[in-house]
Design a protein around this ligand. Structure first.
Ligand SMILES: [Zn+2]
Ligand SMILES: [Zn+2]
Length: 350
C-alpha cells in the first residue's frame, strides 16, 4: 500500500483507482454507458424489409430492437462484466419503446444505468422495390421445346422448379421475376438478376435435360462500364427421364442426362450408350414415363410373368426383363407396338 497516496481530485485517502481517484470521484467523472433517447430507422413501405448494415432484410421486431440498441449503445472503456438487458414494448406500427438496463464493473466498482429509448420507424423504398417498380430486368429467360410447342403440363413442371429455387434463395433481394407470360411455343420471363437466370437454367438442365443458349445485348453505359442484358434460351428435349424412345430401330430408356445428350439404356439387353442431342433428333418417344404402369406379378416362371392388363383387366403374359432376379413382386410395364413389355431397372418399389 502506498502510504502517501491520496485522491488526485479531492484528496481523500485510499482505496484509490488505478488513476488515483476515490470511489466518489470515479463515479462523478464516469459516464458508464450512453444510449440516445430516440433511434430512427427505415422500413421499406412496399415489402416491409428493414435496412440492417447496408442490406435489406426481413427481421423480427424484437430482434431488430436489440440490433438497433447494439448499434447505438456506448459503454465506457475498461468496463468489465457488462450485461445489457432489453425489454421490447411495441406502441404502434411505427413506434416501440425499448426498456434498457446496463450493468457492469469499472475498477472493481458496480455500475448500472437504465434507459427508455423510443425506436421510430419511417418509410423508405428498398432498392429491390425501386427496381421492381421501374420494371428493371437484367435477364430474359425463354422456355422452349425442341421442335414443338411446350405443353401446359410441361410448362407447369418447368415453372415449379423456379418457385423451389426462389424459396431456397429468398435472401437475395435481386432474385425477383419482373414479368412473365406465354409466347408462341413457350413462356418468357424477365429477371432482376442474371445469376438467377443462370442458376435456374442449370437446374432445368439437370432435371429435364436439354440445352441453353446465351446471348448478351448492350443496353447502355453506366459509370463507364457497359450494361448488358442476358437472354437465355432453354430448350427442353421432347422426351423426359424414364421415357422410352425408338432409336436406330431399337427401344431405349432415357436413363440420365449428360452434357451433350441423354444416356440411353437398352430395353432388351444390358447395354448403355451416351448419345448427342443431335443423334436424338432421329429418335421418337414410344411410351412416356407417365404412361407406364407398375403391376403385380400374379405368377412367374423362369422367363415370363402373368400380370393383369391395366386397361382391360385380363391376364396377360409378359417376358421378364433381362435383369430380373426372381425377387420382385411387381413389374414396370410399357405398352409398345400393341403389347405390354416389362422394363429393366425396376426395383420393385414405386
Ligand atoms: Zn476523490
Ligand atoms: Zn422493398
Amino acid at each position: 500500500m502506498e502510504s502517501a497516496a491520496f485522491c488526485i481530485s479531492c484528496g481523500s485517502p485510499p482505496p484509490l483507482t488505478s488513476e488515483r481517484l476515490c470511489e466518489g470521484c470515479l463515479r462523478a467523472r464516469t459516464t458508464f454507458s450512453e444510449v440516445p433517447d430516440r433511434i430512427q430507422q427505415h422500413r421499406c413501405a412496399k415489402c416491409g424489409m428493414h435496412e440492417v448494415e447496408k442490406r435489406w432484410v426481413r427481421i423480427d421486431d424484437e430482434e431488430l430492437g436489440e440490433l438497433r440498441l447494439r448499434e447505438n449503445i456506448a459503454v465506457t472503456e475498461g468496463a468489465t462484466s457488462v450485461a445489457i438487458d432489453m425489454a421490447y414494448q411495441p406502441i404502434d406500427d411505427r413506434t416501440a419503446r425499448l426498456h434498457v438496463t446496463v450493468e457492469g464493473k469499472l475498477e472493481g466498482y458496480e455500475f448500472g444505468n437504465q434507459y427508455e429509448v423510443l425506436l421510430q420507424t419511417s418509410n423508405a423504398v428498398c432498392p429491390t422495390c425501386t427496381r421492381k417498380a421501374g420494371a428493371y430486368f437484367e435477364a430474359t429467360m425463354q422456355l422452349r421445346s425442341a421442335g414443338r410447342r411446350l405443353s401446359e403440363e410441361e410448362l407447369k413442371d418447368l415453372r415449379a422448379t423456379l418457385d423451389e429455387l426462389l424459396a431456397e434463395l429468398e435472401s437475395d433481394p435481386m432474385f425477383f421475376v419482373t414479368k412473365e407470360g406465354p409466347v408462341t411455343g413457350g413462356w418468357d420471363l424477365q429477371f432482376g438478376s442474371k445469376s438467377l437466370a443462370r442458376t435456374w437454367a442449370r437446374r432445368l438442365i439437370r432435371k429435364f435435360g436439354g440445352t441453353t443458349k446465351e446471348t448478351s445485348t448492350l443496353v447502355g453505359m453506366r459509370e463507364g462500364s457497359e450494361v448488358t442484358r442476358l437472354t437465355l434460351s432453354y430448350r427442353k428435349p421432347a422426351y423426359s427421364l424414364g421415357d422410352i424412345v425408338r432409336w436406330k430401330r431399337e427401344n431405349w430408356l432415357i436413363s440420365a442426362w449428360q452434357k451433350d445428350g441423354p444416356m440411353l439404356r437398352r430395353l432388351d439387353r444390358n447395354e448403355r450408350t451416351g448419345v448427342t442431342w443431335r443423334d436424338m433428333e432421329k429418335a421418337s418417344v414410344v411410351c412416356r414415363f407417365d404412361d407406364q404402369k407398375v403391376v403385380d406379378i400374379l405368377n412367374r416362371d423362369s422367363s415370363g410373368a402373368e400380370v393383369m392388363d391395366p386397361t382391360d383387366f385380363r391376364v396377360v403374359t409378359v417376358a421378364l426383363p433381362y435383369d430380373d432376379d426372381g425377387s420382385n413382386q411387381n413389374l414396370r410395364i410399357a405398352f409398345i407396338d400393341d403389347s405390354w413389355l416389362a422394363m429393366p431397372g425396376h426395383t420393385g418399389v414405386d
